[in-house]
Write a protein that binds this ligand. Structure first.
Ligand SMILES: Cc1ncc(COP(=O)(O)O)c(C=O)c1O
Length: 440
């Protein structure tokens, strides 16, 4: 058919230009990359007109679904008035969004500094912690992910994500609460939370004893949705504060209701963070990062030096974010996510009962992971089967993500507007794909 020919040519052209004009290290999903053309709600279409149920949302970013009319309208209206101002001039969208963020954030967290990405948000958090405490050293976690700048890569606890090497000194990586593969080879709860207590040892033995901050994700995203035991962060927060550090909760993936029941991941663990970082789902796909803190901490930046963000607080991105937050509050808030997430989790546990190569199901809300292993006893990671499953899901018309240090964790995180029916459809497609997975 003529149309088929045209779209096939378009696909070939896109893939050809991708190869010719973009760095080869752009990580692309699938053996044959998937050029997308448009989206609506939970669905996206590729350039050949094939429809997919999107259960990864552009890496947990399209919080309220693709092409959501309220967001599109807010963007169009703002773009018709003012596209750019820089942080040198106040603008209405910027301050209104800051006000909304202050209402959503827990505890005494109130002030925002908007930037353009999660990397930038984490950079700002570290700068803030160092300015406030006067200390330099940071404790991060193994298997954590913090972005692609030199600081982001240095904070990251995965060798594959440190392209070019790590150069920033003063960052130490504590062992993470990865119960499925306990780094201390212990069992929860008889372990006595040894991994959390080890943070004290890390500080005493590998730092000057005066730290600026501890930075961690409430559930490790890129790490493979690694979910800590409930008491982990409470123990760590106490240790961190004893050594003069601030607690930075990286909510880039866990923010805005994603984990169900709470607006932010850290709220599940009953720790009041000193600083929070956000991005991804904050603006439904518009580039926006945010670093939030208490007024007394933010005050320490006054007179400490100059900083600007040319694109930070961009009026269009802020308008998109405000509209995204309003949709979430209206119809896809934390309680909705908890309800729909429960159906997803129960369905995944059923799939695990049927397939021995699923070694673990974990996560919270609409952030659920499946860890693939060659067998449950050895727990040897099965990255090939994981990639195969992703390809099979694509063939079934379902997009999902992948993660984990060993590339063997499936990440499932649809827009938070997903309904129970959407989840049931995804489970059905995954069920079909799973029966075709070969574990060698
Ligand atoms: C927890 C976390 N922090 C920071 C980042 C960096 O965000 P960005 O890719 O927007 O720079 C990511 C990105 O995946 C992330 O998952």
């Amino acid at each position: 058919m003529e149309t088929g020919k045209i779209t096939t040519t378009k696909k070939a052209e896109i893939l050809d230009k991708q190869k010719k004009y973009l760095f080869p290290n752009h990580l692309l999903y699938y053996t044959e990359p998937l050029p997308l053309e448009r989206g609506e709600g939970l669905y996206v279409w590729d350039v050949e007109g094939r429809k997919y149920l999107d259960f990864f949302g552009g890496i947990l970013t399209t919080s309220v679904g693709h092409n959501r009319p309220e967001v599109t309208q807010a963007v169009q209206e703002q773009a018709g008035k003012l596209i750019h101002s820089s942080t040198l001039y106040p603008n209405e969208a910027h301050v209104n969004l800051a006000e909304k963020m202050a209402h959503l954030a827990p505890g005494r967290i109130q002030l925002s500094y908007f930037t353009t990405s999660g990397t930038d948000a984490d950079e700002t958090a570290v700068m803030l912690a160092r300015t406030h405490t006067g200390n330099q050293e940071i404790i991060a976690l193994r298997h954590g992910y913090s972005g692609r700048s030199a600081m982001g890569m240095s904070l990251t606890g995965h060798s594959p994500w440190r392209i070019g090497g790590t150069h920033i000194l003063g960052i130490k990586h504590a062992i993470n609460p990865y119960c499925y593969r306990c780094p201390l080879k212990l069992q929860y709860p008889s372990c006595g939370m040894a991994c959390a207590h080890d943070v004290e040892d890390v500080i005493r033995t590998t730092t000057s004893g005066r730290i600026a901050a501890f930075l961690a994700e409430p559930i490790q995203g890129v790490g493979g949705f690694i979910t800590p035991p409930p008491e982990y962060f409470k123990i760590v927060a106490e240790i961190i504060r004893h050594f003069g550090g601030l607690f930075i909760s990286d909510e880039v993936q866990t923010g805005f209701g994603r984990t169900g029941g709470k607006w932010f991941g850290i709220e599940h663990w009953e720790v009041e963070p000193d600083i929070m970082t956000m991005a991804k789902g904050i603006a439904n796909g518009f580039p926006l990062g945010n670093t939030m803190t208490r007024p007394d901490i933010a005050a320490s930046t006054t007179g400490a030096g100059l900083t600007i963000s040319t694109f930070g607080g961009n009026p269009v991105a802020c308008a998109a974010s405000l509209a995204t937050m309003e949709v979430l509050e209206k119809e896809a808030g934390p309680q909705h996510v908890a309800r729909v997430g429960k159906v997803l989790r129960t369905g995944l546990e059923r799939l695990m009962e049927k397939h021995a190569f699923i070694g673990d199901v974990r996560g919270m809300g609409l952030m659920q992971g499946l860890e693939f292993v060659r067998d449950r006893k050895s727990k040897e990671p099965a990255p090939k089967a994981t990639s195969h499953f992703m390809e099979l899901c694509r063939n079934e018309g379902l997009l999902i993500g992948k993660g984990g240090l060993y590339g063997n964790v499936i990440r499932i995180a649809p827009p938070m507007t997903a309904s129970i029916e959407d989840v049931e459809e995804a489970l059905e497609l995954m069920g079909r794909a799973l029966t075709q997975v070969g574990v060698d």
